[in-house]
Design a protein around this ligand. Structure first.
Ligand SMILES: *[C@@H]1O[C@H](CO)[C@@H](O)[C@H](O)[C@H]1NC(C)=O
Ligand SMILES: *[C@@H]1O[C@H](CO)[C@@H](O)[C@H](O)[C@H]1NC(C)=O
Ligand SMILES: *[C@@H]1O[C@H](CO)[C@@H](O)[C@H](O)[C@H]1NC(C)=O
Ligand SMILES: *[C@@H]1O[C@H](CO)[C@@H](O)[C@H](O)[C@H]1NC(C)=O
Ligand SMILES: *[C@@H]1O[C@H](CO)[C@@H](O)[C@H](O)[C@H]1NC(C)=O
Ligand SMILES: *[C@@H]1O[C@H](CO)[C@@H](O)[C@H](O)[C@H]1NC(C)=O
Ligand SMILES: *[C@@H]1O[C@H](CO)[C@@H](O)[C@H](O)[C@H]1NC(C)=O
Ligand SMILES: *[C@@H]1O[C@H](CO)[C@@H](O)[C@H](O)[C@H]1NC(C)=O
Length: 757
């Protein structure tokens, strides 16, 4: 979860969640009971009745059902959420009609310039060949966002110049008094019964889709916010704010609530209900910037709900998580969805630390400048320790750990981390009377810097520069320094590079599917916010994969708009095979430590919207391919049938290696293996030739090595045989690349990842 968000909403915890209310239901837990797809011949109300009846047969009385039932899912898929004791849950799980019983999980939430960086515009000018122009800015596409709701008052959601709402839309605003709809913001609903069943009652003033936290408004406006000129933060980053599909219609489904002491913010039962609504209401794209630890697909409500969305042709875009750079930290692993990691752009908000010994240290900041020029006294927070506080807490600028008498009027030097948010440290420094703050990375943070809008003049420096600063503080009795006014710097090189926090592969559930799929800008992104918070910020700068996810959702909206016939898999393939793996130095994209980024961090690369418009070929998949995938997971066939509207059989010789994914991963290669793929032509007729960059120690043979497509829609298969040569020393994982190319225009690229047994 983004640290900034954590700080800003932490105050809600005690205010809104009553502490005592969950005692009565302590022995019970909330579960999703999933019964498969819906029987098309039944009305929603009949399915709902069947849930009452079914649950009644287990619990024994209608009263107990009324008490237990949280939601009935009866429009897009069949199931319900209920508070159950373990015995009843076990009984349900054994019932032949039940596909799976999932104990609900709590989940966590995980601009103006980024579109220029992605070449949709150049210095504010939008060219005729931009995907924006071609896709009419995503006009009439509907983007749903499952998050903390919407600050509808934001200019990003005004509907000036919008025509009537697309006729297919069945959604709306649940309470027009609290959050009114217009022709831009066409949906606002909230779901909190699951949250309350898990964490206790919310104040009834929370029964609204209104965004009290800012996260949801930020992500929604990044995906589909209208053009808003003249946006800046503390005078920085001035420009026209807009989303990826700036003319799209948007709908907010509020599923996340003030974070609890248990760490959760969003509950599966609510998220699954919101998925059902968004599918039913007629969304084209669902953007969802939250997640929890990865789980097997049948034990993951989000995987099941997103499957039903994709089955209806809706593209689902998830954030990869902010638990990088730990290997295996990536979450939201369903192969039918798009999983997005985060990268930087070429813009920085620079604010230097000038020291009296003439050292200048580069930091990042979006804070206000110091009130007067000239040096200020500096103090290491460790030397400003309050008598009753621990040294560690003082060093970290934790609340109550500083002695105001020592801090007053000085620039305070704080260490990042220790479960104290970056902005929170600024609040502590300011309330102790500091004139400014220098935030120093701990060793683990390395060079990752975040430009926060702190409540006092402040800047954020790297670990290496922090050491220089501490050495200076040690060297003199009267250390002096200055924090320069933040300034916008463009064309920063290298860019993009991986954000350190962006979660990494390998995929811990299905190692044969590479995740994340793609990266997009997610560091220092400016977008709409909630003005419920102090300081009041109509626009705010945030970092996280939460921010990169809606960038991809916005681009998906554009692609849907010009290719309404493309499946979610085709759209995903187009985005992946055209992605950028080089930075603006023309070198391979780097990670946060300046090493070459590999597919476990960057997936297929950084999104390139204009090229995604015209990929030439796509690796397409149908619902049956996803069912085949589930077969490879060893699920009971009669259970897989329940996902399908048609009779379905798991194929013979079904191998996950043949699942038509746009990236190629072989797990534990032992000797030789053959992988098959099929390509669909979505461009002009043409001849494609293969080029392979073999992973170290692996020979790769592609048959055939030329594919000729005579018309649009034509499908061609190929086989890729990989053999470990056994002679060279092989690391855990080795990486390569497969490219089908046709002249200059079409380069259909896939990462290859191999681990050797
Ligand atoms: C699948 O599970 C159902 C219910 O648990 C059972 O009746 C059926 O025999 C199983 N089928 C197979 C092929 O294992
Ligand atoms: C809308 O919210 C207001 C204020 O909480 C409430 O009084 C009203 O009953 C709500 N309307 C609907 C339709 O839920
Ligand atoms: C609920 O919220 C309202 C508005 O913020 C506040 O006035 C009221 O005191 C809260 N009630 C409880 C029980 O916390
Ligand atoms: C350190 O600060 C935390 C809050 O940030 C507090 O819970 C803890 O008790 C403090 N520890 C000491 C030793 O003061
Ligand atoms: C130390 O004492 C001050 C004043 O009595 C109090 O505000 C602060 O919370 C205390 N800090 C800790 C860490 O106990
Ligand atoms: C500064 O001095 C402290 C205490 O004497 C010491 O622990 C620390 O390593 C010194 N830091 C640097 C960077 O010299
Ligand atoms: C499956 O594999 C077996 C053994 O390799 C082969 O005999 C059979 O024809 C294959 N079946 C299909 C449907 O490809
Ligand atoms: C590799 O395959 C051979 C032959 O099939 C088998 O004997 C061996 O155990 C396998 N090695 C590993 C590490 O799986």
């Amino acid at each position: 979860m983004n640290l900034l968000i954590r700080v800003l909403i932490a105050v809600f915890i005690t205010v809104c969640v009553s502490q005592s209310s969950s005692l009565a239901v302590k022995s019970k837990k909330s579960y999703i009971v999933y019964l498969g797809g819906i029987n098309q011949e039944l009305e929603a109300s009949q399915i709902k009745d069947s849930h009452f009846e079914f649950l009644g047969s287990i619990l024994g009385s209608k009263e107990r059902v009324d008490e237990a039932l949280i939601y009935s899912y009866n429009k897009q898929f069949n199931g319900f959420a209920a508070l159950l004791d373990e015995e009843d849950a076990a009984k349900l799980a054994e019932h032949p009609d039940v596909v799976t019983v999932i104990q609900n999980k709590g989940r966590k939430l995980h601009t103006t310039h980024s579109w220029d960086f992605l070449k949709l515009e150049k210095n504010g000018v939008i060219g005729s060949s931009s995907l924006w122009t071609k896709a009419k800015f995503g006009e009439n596409i509907i983007i749903a966002n499952l998050d903390t709701g919407v600050w509808h008052e934001s200019k990003s959601f005004n509907d000036y110049g919008y025509g009537p709402i697309p006729s297919k839309w069945k959604g709306g605003c649940e309470n027009e008094t609290l959050v009114p709809c217009n022709n831009k913001l066409i949906g606002a609903k909230y779901y909190n019964k699951g949250f309350q069943a898990r964490y206790g009652k919310l104040n009834s003033s929370m029964n609204t889709a209104h965004d009290h936290e800012g996260h949801g408004s930020h992500t929604l406006s990044t995906a589909g916010g209208n053009f808003v000129p003249g946006v800046s933060i503390n005078g920085l980053g001035t420009g026209t704010a807009k989303g990826g599909s700036p003319r799209a219609r948007v709908a907010a489904y509020k599923v996340c609530w003030p974070p609890t002491l248990l760490g959760g913010q969003c509950d599966d039962a609510d998220i699954v209900k919101a998925f059902e609504s968004a599918i039913h209401d007629g969304a084209d794209v669902i953007s969802i910037s939250l997640g929890g630890p990865p789980a097997e697909y049948m034990n993951d409500g989000l995987a099941i709900a997103s499957f039903h969305a994709v089955k209806k042709g809706i593209t689902v875009v998830f954030s990869a998580g902010n638990d990088g750079p730990t290997p295996g930290s990536v979450t939201n692993l369903a192969p039918w969805a798009i999983t997005v990691g985060a990268t930087t752009t070429d813009r920085e908000f620079q604010s230097f630390v000038d020291l009296a010994n003439e050292l200048n240290l580069k930091g990042l900041s979006m804070s206000k400048p110091l009130p007067h020029s000239g040096f200020y006294p500096l103090i290491n927070a460790a030397n400003a320790k309050a008598e009753n506080a621990s040294m560690m807490n003082a060093t970290l600028c934790a609340e109550g750990a500083l002695d105001p008498k020592k801090v007053e009027g000085k620039i305070l030097v704080c260490l990042r981390g220790g479960n104290v948010g970056r902005v929170e440290k600024g609040v502590v420094a300011a309330s102790a009377g500091a004139a400014g703050m220098i935030l120093c990375n701990a060793e683990a943070d390395g060079e990752e810097l975040i430009a926060d809008p702190h409540v006092l003049p402040a800047t954020h420096i790297t670990y290496a520069d922090g050491l220089r600063l501490f050495a200076y503080l040690n060297s003199t009795n009267e250390p002096l320094g200055y924090i320069t006014q933040p300034e916008t710097a463009l064309n920063i090189k290298p860019a993009p590079f991986m954000a350190g926090f962006s979660s990494r592969g390998p995929n811990t559930i299905t190692p044969e599917i590479l995740k994340p799929d793609i990266t997009a800008p997610g560091v220092n992104i400016i977008a709409a916010y909630s003005e419920n918070e102090d300081p009041v910020l109509p626009y705010n700068i945030l970092s996280g994969t939460s921010m990169s996810c809606p960038h991809v959702a916005g681009v998906v909206g554009l692609l849907k708009s010009i290719h309404p016939d493309w499946s979610p898999a085709a759209i995903k393939s187009a985005i992946m095979t055209t992605a950028n793996i080089k930075d603006n130095n023309g070198s391979p994209m780097l990670d946060e430590n300046k090493n070459e980024a590999n597919p476990f961090s960057r997936g297929a690369g950084d999104i390139d919207p204009n090229r995604a418009m015209n990929p030439g070929l796509v690796y397409d998949s149908t619902v049956n391919d996803y069912l085949d995938f589930l077969c490879t997971r060893g699920y009971n066939k009669s259970i897989i049938q329940k996902f399908s509207d048609h009779p379905y059989q798991c194929p013979e010789n079904n191998s996950i290696l043949d699942f038509n994914y746009p990236s190629i991963t072989v797990h534990k290669l032992n000797g030789t293996v053959t992988v098959t793929r099929r390509l669909t032509n979505v461009g002009p007729p043409g001849m494609y030739t293969v080029r392979v960059k073999s992973p170290a120690g692996i020979s790769v043979d592609v048959k055939p090595n030329i594919l000729v497509f005579e018309k649009k829609g034509e499908v061609q298969k190929f086989e890729l045989t990989m053999k470990a040569d056994g002679t060279s020393v092989i690391r855990d994982y080795v990486f390569g690349e497969l490219i089908w190319f046709n002249g200059k225009h079409y380069h259909v690229k896939s990462p290859i990842v191999v681990s050797v047994a």
